[in-house]
Design a protein around this ligand. Structure first.
Ligand code: ZN
Length: 418
C-alpha cells in the first residue's frame, strides 16, 4: 500500500491534488478490505509551493539549492547583500541589517516565528537557513503554527552552500543574491480519514498518524511509516472482538501546524476516551511513553511485564514532548501515548527532504513495529482497571510546564493558556 502511495502520488503536501488523490487511494484500499473509512473534511490556512528561486549574484552568478519554508509568501524578485547572523538570537545581530538577507547557522534553535520576528526587527528582508544535514539536503520545516504568512521570506539552504557563504563573509568577501518567491499562502480544504472498530463499550482508544508529508520527497518515513502502521492495524483489527471501541485516524495538515489533529481533538466533544496513541515516525519500539500522565503508567507497566521475554528493553517512560499530533489531544484533556522507537540513522537523516523515499524504509520495520503497537492498543482497549478520563485545564497546563515546554509553545503561538 505504501509503495503505491509513494510511487504513484509522491509527496502528500496538505491541500495539493496529490494529497487528495493519495487519500482516496488509501480509502479505496481500506474499502477493498471490507472496511468503511469516513472522510472528515475541514479547512485550514494552507500554503502551496511555487517555482521559487534564490540566485547568487556575487562573487559570481549561480543558482543556489534552496526550499522555501511553509507560509513563506510570494513577492517580486529583489537583490540584497547577505550577512551572517549565526544562531539568529537578538544578541547575534550587528546593529543594522536593513535591506539584507541574513544567513542562519544550523545551530539556530528558536522557533521560526521567533527567528523571523527578530530578523524583521533588525530590518532584514529575507532569511537563508543553513541545513543541519550535509550531502546537499534541504530540510522542509514548519514556518508557523498559527497559519499566518511569515513576515519575510525564509529559505532552507544546503549545509554545503550555507557554510560556503559563511566562509566568504568571514573573509570580508561581498555576497549578493537575488530572491524571488512564487509560493503562497492560501486557505485549503482537506480531510482526515477515520475508521472506527466498535467494541462492547463506547469508550475509545484512538490511534492516530499523520498522513500528510512535505512535498520535496515521498514522505515515506515521515509519515508514510505511520500511515502504513495504521493500515496494518486496520487489517489486524478487522473482525476482532473488542472490549472498547478503537478509532484509527489518519490526520492531514500535521506538517503545517497540527491542523488535522486540532480539528479532530476539538470535534471530540464529550466522547469518552481512554487514551490517544500517536504514531509519528515510530520505528520498532524500545519503550512506551506515557507523556507525563502518571495515571497511565501502571497499566503500561502491567502490559510490558506481561510480555515476558518480549518486554521492551527500556520499559515505560513518562516524558512529555511537543510538536506532533498528540499535543492537541493532550490540550483537550485526553491522555496520550507515544513510543521511544528510533529509526536507523541511514534512513532518518533524509526526513523532510527529497530523499525521504520508499527505498529508505525496510518493510520489516512496519511488520515488527506494528506487532508491538497492536499489542499496546489491545491492552488499552481491554484493561478493566482503566476508564475514560479527561484532565482539568489546570492539570493540563501543568503537564506542559512541568516539562519546560511552555516557552517553546508560546514562541510558536500555540499556547492556549493565559
Ligand atoms: Zn511527522
Amino acid at each position: 500500500m505504501l509503495t503505491r502511495l509513494c510511487d504513484d502520488f509522491g509527496g502528500r503536501l496538505t491541500g495539493s491534488p496529490n494529497n487528495r488523490a493519495a487519500l482516496e487511494q488509501l480509502a479505496s484500499e481500506l474499502r477493498a478490505l471490507g472496511l468503511k473509512p469516513e472522510i472528515d473534511a475541514f479547512r485550514l490556512p494552507g500554503w502551496e509551493r511555487g517555482a521559487d528561486s534564490v540566485e547568487l549574484l556575487a562573487p559570481f552568478a549561480r543558482p543556489l539549492r534552496v526550499a522555501a519554508l511553509s507560509y513563506t509568501q510570494s513577492h517580486a524578485a529583489f537583490d540584497a547583500d547577505v550577512a551572517d547572523i549565526g544562531a539568529g538570537g537578538t544578541g547575534d545581530y550587528a546593529a543594522d541589517m536593513r535591506g539584507k538577507i541574513v544567513l542562519l547557522s544550523p545551530a539556530a534553535a528558536l522557533p521560526m516565528r521567533e527567528l523571523s520576528r527578530i530578523a524583521v526587527e533588525h530590518g532584514a528582508r529575507g532569511i537563508l537557513f543553513t541545513d543541519r544535514e550535509g550531502g546537499g539536503q534541504l530540510l522542509a520545516r514548519t514556518g508557523s503554527f498559527v497559519g499566518e504568512a511569515l513576515a519575510l521570506p525564509v529559505y532552507s539552504i544546503t549545509q554545503e552552500e550555507g557554510t560556503w557563504l559563511q566562509r566568504l563573509l568571514a573573509r570580508g568577501r561581498p555576497v549578493r543574491v537575488r530572491m524571488e518567491t512564487k509560493s503562497r499562502c492560501r486557505e485549503v480544504e482537506t480531510a482526515n480519514l477515520r475508521l472506527v472498530f466498535p467494541g462492547r463499550s463506547p469508550e475509545r482508544v484512538i490511534v492516530g498518524a499523520h498522513f500528510d508529508s512535505w512535498d520535496l520527497g515521498q514522505g515515506a518515513l515521515d509519515n508514510g511509516l505511520g500511515t502504513a502502521q495504521l493500515f496494518a492495524l486496520a487489517q489486524w483489527l478487522r473482525g476482532r472482538e473488542l472490549a472498547r471501541t478503537v478509532e484509527l485516524v489518519w490526520f492531514n495538515g500535521e506538517e503545517q501546524g497540527l491542523w488535522g489533529s486540532r480539528h479532530a481533538a476539538t470535534a471530540l466533544g464529550a466522547t469518552p476516551v481512554v487514551a490517544m496513541i500517536n504514531l509519528d515516525m515510530v520505528g520498532v519500539p524500545i519503550a512506551v511513553n506515557a507523556l507525563g500522565d502518571e495515571s497511565l503508567v501502571p497499566a503500561l507497566e502491567r502490559w510490558n511485564a506481561a510480555r515476558g521475554d518480549r518486554r521492551l528493553p527500556k520499559g515505560v517512560e513518562n516524558i512529555n514532548w511537543f510538536g506532533s499530533d498528540h499535543t492537541p489531544y493532550q490540550l483537550a484533556g485526553v491522555r496520550a501515548v507515544t513510543f521511544n522507537a528510533p529509526i536507523p540513522r541511514e534512513s532518518v537523516r533524509y526526513y523532510h527532504d527529497f530523499a525521504d523515499t520508499i527505498d529508505k524504509l525496510p518493510a520489516q520495520i512496519v511488520v515488527d513495529s506494528t506487532a508491538i503497537i497492536g499489542d499496546v492498543v489491545l491492552a488499552l482497549a481491554d484493561d478493566a482497571s482503566l476508564g475514560a478520563f479527561r484532565r482539568s485545564p489546570a492539570d493540563t497546563q501543568k503537564l506542559f510546564t512541568t516539562f519546560g515546554l511552555e516557552r517553546r509553545m508560546q514562541a510558536t503561538g500555540y499556547w492556549p493558556f493565559p
